[in-house]
Design a protein around this ligand. Structure first.
Ligand SMILES: Nc1ncnc2c1ncn2[C@@H]1O[C@H](COP(=O)(O)OP(=O)(O)OP(=O)(O)O)[C@@H](O)[C@H]1O
Length: 259
């Protein structure tokens, strides 16, 4: 039986930045990863190892020094509106209401189609009743929901999320993780999600990609074959979490392990 074409293929990616003094800084080396349609992939690794750089290449914002990115079997050469980025620092438009923000990318649709899409995604992210509010009237978590709804309304092929929950307080982050899994389950989008937070990665992902310090390569790819919503006290959850910490050279509390 033939295998379906993978959604995303990262093939032998290498990236070097050139400094102003002409010095070359290697950031990524030999990154290979194949992502299936509808998969939720988390990428973890030490600060500065190149996670955001990898996401930028996978999206087409940045060209690698070597290697290729393929989406649906086609080489990615530039960004595309079917591939949407969500960042930590919320990028909603402060001068537009929730409804206008969510419908922003849909101005080429008929008003009826746009209203339906806006209503659908407003409901999905739990913001029904806040359609006429402005971002300044909402909490950080609610604004991040607006951004997620706006991204989903554009009906992207792949969602690229770079620490999207990183600026939120702990309790909001926990709630947003649960909601994000539910949104992913309902939409079946392919998600590439960068996070510092190992717990977050195990709670969310189908597979966790663990990167090494810079110049980064993939140290391990771990399957998180646990039912959702995940029981954060289960021995299986804790075993995967601790394996990721060990792969990163940390102990189970996230501290540097004894040499
Ligand atoms: N445009 C650029 N030009 C030169 N160097 C850069 C550029 N962007 C990032 N870097 C450097 O490349 C390295 C990787 O950066 P990147 O932001 O990809 O890492 P990261 O793993 O996402 O970091 P963090 O977890 O702290 O957000 C860092 O040393 C960073 O300073």
């Amino acid at each position: 039986m033939t295998q379906p074409t993978p959604k995303i293929e990262l093939r032998d990616l290498q990236l070097e930045y050139s400094g102003r003094d002409g010095a070359v800084m290697p950031v990524l080396q030999s990154i290979d990863l194949t992502v299936r349609e509808g998969e939720f992939i988390c990428i973890v690794g030490p600060s500065g190892c190149g996670k955001s750089t990898l996401l930028n290449i996978a999206c087409g914002f940045l060209q690698p020094t070597r290697g290729q990115v393929l989406i649906d079997g086609t080489v990615v050469q530039r960004p595309d509106r079917r591939r949407v980025f969500i960042f930590q620092n919320n990028a909603v438009f402060p001068w537009l209401t929730v409804q206008q923000n969510i419908g922003f990318g849909l101005l080429d649709q008929s008003p009826k189609e746009r209203d339906e899409a806006v209503r659908h995604y407003t409901e999905m992210v739990g913001l029904t009743g806040f359609e006429q509010a402005y971002p300044r009237e909402l909490s950080g978590g609610m604004n991040q929901r607006v951004e997620i709804a706006r991204a989903l309304a554009a009906d992207p092929d792949v969602l690229y999320m770079d620490e999207p929950l990183g600026a939120l307080d702990f309790l909001t982050r926990l709630k947003m993780r649960t909601d994000l899994v539910e949104i992913w389950r309902r939409t079946q989008k392919t998600i590439l999600f960068v996070t510092h937070d190992v717990e977050e990665s195990v709670q969310l992902a189908d597979r966790v990609v663990v990167m090494s310090p810079r110049p980064a390569e993939i140290r391990a790819i771990l399957d998180v074959d646990l039912p959702r919503p995940r029981n954060l006290d289960s021995p299986e959850y804790l075993a995967i979490r601790d394996k990721i910490f060990r792969t990163m050279g940390l102990d189970h509390s996230g501290m540097q392990a004894e040499a």
